[in-house]
Design a protein around this ligand. Structure first.
Ligand SMILES: O=C(O)C1=C[C@@H](OP(=O)(O)O)[C@@H](O)[C@H](O)C1
Ligand SMILES: C=C(OP(=O)(O)O)C(=O)O
Length: 444
C-alpha cells in the first residue's frame, strides 16, 4: 500500500466549504475588532489605574496580546463574559518570553512597551512570522537608545549588515524606562511601525516626535485609529503635519470601553450577499469609526450591491450580479483578499492597486491570491503593486491558505458559487475569528 502524499493529507483534512443553495436572508453578529482590542489592551496595560474592555475580541491574536501583557506583569481577568476584560496595570517585569504567533499587532506594538520593562524581553513567533518585516520599529527603538539583539543567526536579509535585525526572533533590552525624543521611521512596509511607537510614547520621559521617511504610507486609517484611541485616554497627539506625529509625555487614563465589531471580518459575510444574492445584515455597525472596514459598504455598492444603515444595522443586498472594480486599497489592504475573491466571480475584469505591502502580511498575499485563484481555473496576475483579475468559470479544488485567516475566508466566499472547493487549514481563521465556520454556515 502506498502512503498518502502531503497533498492527499491536506485534502482529506480540508473543510468542504458550502455552496450557496439560494439567496441569503441572514444576520450575523461579528465579534470585536482585532485592531481596537489590541490597541485598547496595550493602552489599558500602560494606564494609570484599572480599566475594563467590553466586547473585546477573543481570538488567537487577542489572546497572544493578553498572554504577552500578563507575562510582562499586567493583570488581565475575564469578567461576566470572556469578552469582558478587567486590566490592572503593574510594574512591567523583564526577563520574559513573548510569543507573537503571527500577530502583526503583537510583534510591532509590544517592542516599545518592552523597552519600559525592567529587564530583557525575548520575542519570537510562528515560522510565517519570522519573515514579516520588523526592522523599522527596531531601528527606531535602537536610535532611541534601546539595546536590540538578535537571538539567532542572521537571516538572509541581515547577513553582513550591522544594526537591529529585520525579523523575529530578537530581544529588547528593557531598562525600566525610555527617554524618547525624535525618531525617523520608514513605515512604507507597515503602518504598524508607527502605531506601535505612538501607543507607548506617552510613557517615554520626553514623549516622541516621529517622522515617516518612506515614499508611501499604507493603512493610514489604522494610524488614525491609534491617534484616536490615544486621545480618548487623554494623551496629547499633534498630527497636524503630514507624516509627523508628536506625542506629549503624560499619564494614560484608565477607562471602561466597548469595542466595536470587526468591520474587516464582516467583509466576507457582507460580500456573500453579492455572490449568493439576498441580504446579509451586521448589527452594531458604528456610525463613525476609524476602522478601514468602513469602506466595505461603498465598495460592495460599486460592485453591484446595495447597502443601507438603519438603527446601527448594516444590510447589504445583492442579486447575484457582481461587477469588476478598479480600486486603490492602500488604506485598507486587509480588505484585499475579500475583494480579490469577489473579483474572480465578477462579470468584468478588476484591478486592485496600492497593496504591494501585502507581500509582508501573514503570507505574501498577492502571490497566494494569484496562485489559488489560478488553481481553481481563474485568471489572476500580480502587478508591481497589486492584482489584475479576469473572471473565468471556476472549478472545484483545494484552496491553500498559507496560515492566513483572510485566505481561508476568501476561499469560503469563492466556494459559495463554485462546487467542490476544499479550504485547507480553515482553523487558521482562529487568528481573528475562531467561530468562522459556524458563523458562515449560519448565514446560508
Ligand atoms: O494596526 C493595525 O491594527 C493593522 C494595520 C494594518 O497593517 P499594515 O499597515 O501592515 O497593512 C492592517 O493590515 C492590519 O490587519 C492591522
Ligand atoms: C494584516 C493582518 O494582520 P496583522 O495584524 O497580523 O498584520 C490582517 O489581519 O489582515
Amino acid at each position: 500500500m502506498t502512503s498518502p502524499s502531503p497533498a492527499d493529507l491536506a485534502a482529506a483534512s480540508a473543510w468542504e466549504a458550502p455552496l450557496a443553495s439560494g439567496p441569503l436572508d441572514a444576520s450575523v453578529e461579528i465579534p470585536g475588532s482585532k485592531s481596537l482590542t489590541n490597541r485598547l489592551l496595550v493602552l489599558a496595560a500602560l494606564a494609570d489605574g484599572p480599566g475594563v474592555l467590553r466586547g473585546a475580541l477573543r481570538s488567537r491574536d487577542a489572546d497572544l496580546m493578553i498572554g504577552a501583557l500578563r507575562s510582562l506583569g499586567v493583570r488581565i481577568e475575564e469578567g461576566d463574559a470572556p469578552s469582558t476584560l478587567h486590566v490592572t496595570p503593574g510594574p512591567l517585569t523583564g526577563d520574559v518570553d513573548i510569543d507573537c504567533g503571527l500577530a502583526g499587532t503583537v510583534m510591532r506594538f509590544l517592542p516599545p512597551v518592552a523597552a519600559l520593562a525592567a529587564g530583557p524581553v525575548r520575542f519570537d513567533g510562528d515560522p510565517h512570522a519570522r519573515v514579516r518585516p520588523m526592522r523599522p520599529v527596531l531601528a527606531a527603538l535602537a536610535a532611541l537608545g534601546v539595546e536590540i539583539t538578535r537571538t539567532d543567526d542572521a537571516g538572509p536579509d541581515d547577513a553582513g549588515r550591522a544594526g537591529p535585525p529585520s525579523h523575529l526572533p530578537f530581544t529588547v533590552g528593557g531598562r525600566g524606562g525610555l527617554r524618547g525624543g525624535q525618531v525617523d521611521v520608514d513605515a512604507s512596509a507597515s503602518s504598524q511601525f508607527v502605531s506601535g511607537l505612538l501607543l507607548a510614547a506617552a510613557r517615554f520621559d520626553e514623549g516622541l516626535s516621529l517622522r515617516h521617511i518612506g515614499t508611501t504610507l499604507p493603512s493610514v486609517p489604522h494610524i488614525e485609529m491609534t491617534v484616536a484611541t490615544l486621545r480618548e485616554v487623554g494623551v496629547v497627539v499633534d498630527d497636524s503635519r503630514d507624516g509627523i506625529w508628536v506625542v506629549e509625555p503624560g499619564p494614560i487614563a484608565a477607562r471602561d470601553v466597548r469595542v466595536e465589531p470587526d468591520l474587516s471580518n464582516a467583509a466576507p459575510f457582507l460580500a456573500a450577499a453579492l455572490v449568493a444574492g439576498g441580504s446579509v445584515s451586521v448589527p452594531g455597525w458604528p456610525t463613525t469609526t476609524t476602522q478601514p472596514g468602513a469602506l466595505v459598504p461603498g465598495l460592495l455598492e460599486r460592485m453591484g450591491g446595495t447597502a443601507s444603515l438603519s438603527d446601527g444595522v448594516l444590510t447589504v443586498t445583492g442579486d447575484g450580479t457582481i461587477h469588476g472594480i478598479d480600486v486603490d486599497l492602500h488604506a485598507a489592504g486587509e480588505l484585499a483578499p475579500t475583494f480579490a475573491a469577489l473579483a474572480a466571480l465578477a462579470d468584468s475584469p478588476s484591478r486592485l492597486r496600492g497593496i504591494a505591502h501585502l507581500r509582508g502580511h501573514e503570507t505574501d498575499r498577492l502571490a497566494a491570491l494569484a496562485t489559488e485563484i489560478t488553481r481553481l481555473g481563474g485568471q489572476a496576475e500580480e502587478t508591481r503593486d497589486g492584482l489584475v483579475i479576469t473572471p473565468r468559470p471556476l472549478h472545484g479544488g483545494l484552496w491553500h491558505t498559507y496560515a492566513d485567516h483572510r485566505m481561508a475566508t476568501s476561499g469560503a466566499l469563492l466556494a459559495l458559487a463554485t462546487p467542490d472547493v476544499l479550504v485547507e487549514d480553515v482553523e487558521t481563521t482562529a487568528k481573528t475569528l475562531p467561530d468562522f465556520t459556524s458563523l458562515w454556515q449560519a448565514i446560508l
